[in-house]
Design a protein around this ligand. Structure first.
Ligand code: NOJ
Ligand code: CA
Length: 565
């Protein structure tokens, strides 16, 4: 069936795009057209335990990452974000840091980090570290001192309060990971506050000494060659100083706690003072700040960019990950919203805390096609994409089947309603050998059976694989100015099967058409009526192609083409 497109004047968008770009790039180190390095870079998240194990103890490490830099370069990655690799008792697999200025021995040494940094630099790959700002480990020397006495030097570095009475915490605040957010400590007869696990006491960011020490941590790493940070759980930095109870909203969560509206424990305005301060340090090093920013709407996301784009450059738009079906209408709505945000968009479809995109969008029969479709979407939008390791080979979420196999503590507390996050953290699948080439030892989480069909070695040889498709799109993206900088112009906004848009930059126009249905689609885009005489295919799946004004898309097909006059 042929449908009529709804073209909007591309030229209007061209001028708008120019103005937007100017407004966003008031910093330094821009390219000739005013873009910063992180606007054109493709980021890739590495969960270090699970990426590559160099010493065969079953746990990934830094030397393992270094050994895979050529793979990452070839894939088209410009920056790697490494989830926490600092010394840690590993209760939350690195998100409980006991020393911010070192490397956990299980991942290697600072010397290994230096080698990784210099090898990455040789290949033009930036390194981004994960900065756990809200809390430390309960084994961090600051907390050990803090808990030792009410008058210790670091006492006020954490949030200590009296209980309401014997056995009664200061208020009703619950931990995100189950139970009260307050833990009684008999040494000093007070409670300390922990938004996450008991072993993750919250820092007191109202104390200027905390701020200074944490800002210094970023300087220390910038001077060692890192290019920025992903800021963990930024919305949890501050709590209501009056300790007002959070409103209870009814029902209980998987841990058996009453649901609360976290108005006194998240998103307090003071967060933005800290972000502005961190950004000032970052700007001195031409770095980038990525935010773990769970927001309810774009107005909230805008706050994280800062009133004058002086906070986070790349707050992640997780609203995009909440569109959990192949719905052109819902994607259109979300893309338009983030495209109109006050800063440069950032797109993610998976990470180490959420079910992989392969399963969220896959229908069980066409998952590989759908994995390519999703790549065709988020790698061609206006904004910086952040891939999650394994997404490029179609890795599947493989949760534990039995409670006794669960490694992630929330999976044990919340079983069976909450099985934890092990399923999306399984070892990277490098080849078909035992342990998928991740390690010669048994890996810390079992290798999923799908390693036999989805692995780097096999997919590298198959021109039709998910990996081959990612490489093609990323190669195109790096070379194509319209995909890098062009405006986003939605087309055919009533189409319920095909999501299509233009990316326009000066006289370059790229058409992206994504079939979100399981039936073939033919669309007459009427390019000739708008002065475009040819449509050259740049990247397409299977039989998807253009002839004259008509684009034919195979089921779940992708067509990316260059329009020329
Ligand atoms: C968000 C991280 O992504 C998650 O893995 C971690 O458990 C919490 N923050 C606590 O640090
Ligand atoms: Ca290892």
């Amino acid at each position: 069936m042929h449908r009529k497109p709804s073209w909007i004047l591309v030229s209007t968008f061209l001028s708008l795009s120019f103005l937007t770009a100017c407004a966003q790039n008031s910093g330094k180190s821009k390219d000739a057209e005013g873009h910063q390095w992180w606007q054109h870079a493709v980021f890739y998240e590495i969960y270090p335990r699970s990426f590559a194990d160099s010493n065969n103890d079953g746990i990934g490490d830094l030397k393992g990452i270094t050994s895979k830099l050529n793979y990452l370069k070839d894939l088209g990655v410009d920056a790697i974000w490494i989830s926490p690799c600092f010394p840690s008792p590993q209760v939350d697999f690195g998100y409980n840091v006991s020393d911010y200025e070192n490397i956990d021995p299980m991942y290697g040494t600072l010397a290994d980090f230096d080698v990784l940094a210099s090898e990455a630099k040789k290949r033009g790959i930036h390194i981004i570290l994960d900065f756990v700002v809200n809390h430390t480990s309960d084994q961090h020397k600051w907390f050990l001192d803090s808990k030792s006495s009410r008058t210790s030097e670091h006492r006020d570095w954490y949030v200590w309060r009296d209980g309401k009475g014997p056995g009664h915490p200061p208020n009703n605040w619950n931990s995100d990971f189950g139970g009260s957010a307050w833990k009684f400590d008999p040494t000093t007869n007070q409670y300390y506050y922990h938004y996450f696990y008991v072993q993750q006491p919250d820092l007191n960011w109202r104390n200027p000494a905390v701020k200074d020490a944490m800002f210094d941590v970023t300087r220390w790493w910038y001077q060692r060659g890192v290019s920025g940070f992903r800021l963990d759980a930024v919305d949890t930095l501050f709590e209501d100083p009056n300790l007002r109870d959070n409103p209870v909203t009814g029902g209980t969560n998987p841990y058996g706690d009453p649901y609360e509206e976290k108005i006194y424990t998240t998103k307090l305005p003071e967060v933005h003072d800290v972000l502005r301060g961190l950004r000032k340090v970052t700007d001195q090093y031409n770095g980038v700040l990525i935010g773990e920013t769970w927001t309810a709407n774009i107005a909230e996301l805008n706050k994280y960019y800062g009133e004058s784009n002086n906070e986070l450059q790349l707050p992640m738009d997780f609203l995009f990950t909440t569109v959990n079906k192949l719905s052109p209408a819902e994607f259109r709505k979300q893309i338009a919203a983030v495209d109109a945000a006050s800063g440069w968009p950032t797109f993610v479809i998976s990470n180490h805390d959420i079910v992989r995109s392969y399963d969220r969008y896959g229908d069980g029969q066409h998952n590989d096609q759908i994995a390519k479709l999703m790549a065709g979407l988020y790698l061609t939008l206006r904004g910086t994409p952040i891939l999650y390791y394994g997404e490029e080979i179609g890795m599947k979420t493989t949760p534990p089947m039995r409670k006794e196999d669960v490694k992630d503590p929330i999976g044990r507390t919340g079983w069976p309603k909450e099985k934890g996050r092990d399923g999306e953290r399984t070892p990277m699948q490098w080849n078909e050998s035992a342990n998928a080439g991740f390690s010669t030892a048994a890996s810390w989480l079992p290798v999923p059976p799908t390693a036999a069909t989805h692995n780097v070695a096999d997919e590298s040889k198959d021109p039709d694989s998910v990996l081959a498709f990612y490489k093609k799109v990323l190669k195109l993206r790096h070379a194509n100015r319209a995909l890098l900088d062009g405006t986003y112009v939605p087309l055919n906004e009533n189409d319920q099967n095909v999501l299509s848009y233009l990316r326009s930059y000066k006289d370059q126009v790229v058409l992206v058409a994504l079939n979100m249905s399981g039936a073939e689609q033919k669309i007459n885009f009427e390019m000739s009526q708008h002065g475009f005489s040819t449509t050259k295919s740049l990247v397409a799946t299977g039989t998807s192609s253009a002839k004259g004004d008509v684009v034919t898309l195979e089921p779940y097909g992708v067509f990316i083409g260059q329009l020329s006059k």
